[in-house]
Design a binder for this molecule. Structure first.
Ligand code: CU
Length: 508
């Protein structure tokens, strides 16, 4: 018998899924959708609803950790049976994109002459897991994109198909899980990896903590909200530290030192952990550009000749697997917070961003962030070297960084010189203890040349200059032009003042 014809056992994996209605609170500032609709495992429905209602009833409504898009998993070769039910007074369904099924029974839609496979009560769907990847499911019982529909209120989820024989464990407890955005994936022969499901969705129907349409504090105009996995961190809630509205640059507005962590779920890993992001566009309105800092992946994850990218456009209902090259922290094993966001800046501004936090020391559940928030445990992947324990000199990221919660974050040490060539920011003893062995300005916590193929260092001394810059012969100008100049250029023109004079008089 040919190898491909050998019979293999067909495994049936069954999920009981319910659609429920509940308020979804998108952040600690109380932004919420009072009419949220989500899929949950039926056995979790009461607990999730009760916790959500309790947190919603607080003076400022608070998010409920259990309220996240439903992510279930299967192995290649599985037959997936979904018992779907709900008690809402409408026709709803589960329609999966990209998996095989019989359209007469399991389409989750009411289309043409096919049988209607939406339901007002209960129905069973059968899907076939033929290939590895991430597949969106959503409601096709009500396809309207308006606030009367279901999608904008959150009725979507995903199924991730893993390799045959793979298992999925909780990153915090190490136990097998039935559902969850994040999982550690183990396989008998393949390396373990961190798996992160990330849902983009947009144009949400959001009220502020008082039940009003959120407004932009700078303009007074209505402010839209975009989300990641039923959470959002709009800049409208991160008010400037002072009365000066200009005092809200990115170093402040996106800093956890000032405001605490953003609301969308934070990805977590130890430096070097193999990692896959399962990116899902759950919405039905707009295309977004997922951009992850400091890391790259191949456009086609299974093709070693495929283009290396760090951003990808994702349209409604699309899904991608981002197999991160070199794992968490990339080739340099960088620890710290890495931002990812929609690169369309209005969406970024309206809440579509969060962090990937990469730790250097073992997090056993006893640690705390500078704002007092407990750090949940993160079990090391079992096939990797265990991260070192913390000690007094190595309290783990971010607790070796010089900073105070609620205050503007400091510039990194050794990064800026004054006009006499002296450092403006000297490192603390604790920072010094956590630098890499061959640290240098700009590469304090990560070796930027880990292969050590070349240690010849060329130093560029760069000045930031402000001067009036004239753009054309009609006199169009920027009175506060700011640009970089090599120090040797300044010297060649007789120093800073002489250089500025030449720029402003049009001689340069
Ligand atoms: Cu966007």
């Amino acid at each position: 018998m040919e190898l491909c014809c050998y019979p293999c056992p067909i495994k049936t994996r069954t999920y009981d899924i319910e659609a429920i209605e509940l308020p979804i609170v998108y952040n600690k500032y109380g932004d919420h959708d009072p009419n949220g609709l989500i899929y949950v495992l039926k056995k979790d429905a009461n607990r999730i609803r009760e916790n959500a209602l309790r947190n919603f009833s607080q003076k400022i409504p608070q998010p409920s950790p259990d309220v996240v898009p439903l992510v279930i998993r299967a192995n290649i070769g599985d037959t997936v049976v979904i018992h779907f039910s709900h008690s809402l007074n409408r026709a709803l369904s589960l329609h999966v994109l990209g998996m095989d099924y019989d359209v007469q029974t399991s389409d989750g839609a009411d289309v043409g002459y096919n049988k209607d496979s939406t339901t007002s009560h209960r129905i069973t769907y059968t899907w076939y897991a033929r290939e590895e990847g991430v597949f969106l499911f959503h409601d096709m019982g009500d396809t309207r994109s308006s606030e009367e529909g279901t999608n904008v209120h959150g009725l979507f989820g995903a199924i991730i198909v893993e390799a045959a024989e793979a298992k999925w464990l909780s990153p915090e407890t190490g136990t097998e899980i039935e559902s969850g955005l994040f999982a550690d994936i183990y396989h008998p022969t393949n390396p373990a990896f961190r798996e992160y499901a990330v849902f983009f969705h947009d144009e949400l129907e959001i009220k502020d903590k008082d039940g009003n349409q959120p407004a932009d504090p700078h303009t007074g105009l209505p402010s839209a909200t975009t989300g990641i996995s039923y959470r959002s961190e709009p800049m409208r809630n991160r008010m400037p530290l002072t009365d000066d509205h200009a005092d809200s640059g990115e170093d402040i507005s996106m800093s956890s030192w000032v405001y605490g962590d953003p609301a969308p779920p934070i990805l977590r890993a130890y430096a070097g952990d193999p990692s896959k992001i399962r990116l899902i566009h759950g919405g039905i309105k707009e295309t977004h550009v997922f951009h992850l800092h400091n890391h790259q992946w191949r456009l086609e994850d299974a093709n070693q000749n495929s283009t290396i990218i760090d951003s990808i456009s994702i349209s409604p209902q699309e899904c991608y697997t981002l197999d991160i090259l070199h794992g968490a922290g990339s080739l340099n094993r960088t620890v710290g917070d890495v931002i990812f966001h929609c690169h369309l800046y209005p969406h970024f501004h309206e809440g579509m961003w969060t962090l990937w936090r990469i730790f250097d020391r073992l997090e056993d559940g006893t640690g705390r962030l500078p704002d007092g928030t407990a750090i949940p445990p993160l079990l090391p992947l079992k096939d990797r070297v265990k991260p070192p324990e913390k000690d007094a000199q190595h309290p783990g990221y971010p607790n070796f960084i010089n900073g105070t919660f609620g205050e503007r974050p400091l510039q990194p040490p050794l990064g800026i010189l004054d006009e006499n060539g002296e450092n403006l920011m000297e490192p603390t003893d604790l920072e010094l203890a956590n630098f890499v062995p061959d640290f240098a300005p700009g590469e304090l916590y990560a070796d930027t040349c880990p292969c050590h193929t070349c240690r010849d260092i060329k130093v560029f001394e760069i000045a930031l200059v402000q001067a009036k810059v004239t753009y054309n012969r009609y006199g169009w100008h920027d009175p506060q032009g700011r640009f970089f100049v090599l120090k040797e250029t300044l010297k060649r023109h007789g120093g800073l003042d002489a250089f500025i004079q030449k720029v402003e008089s049009g001689k340069l």
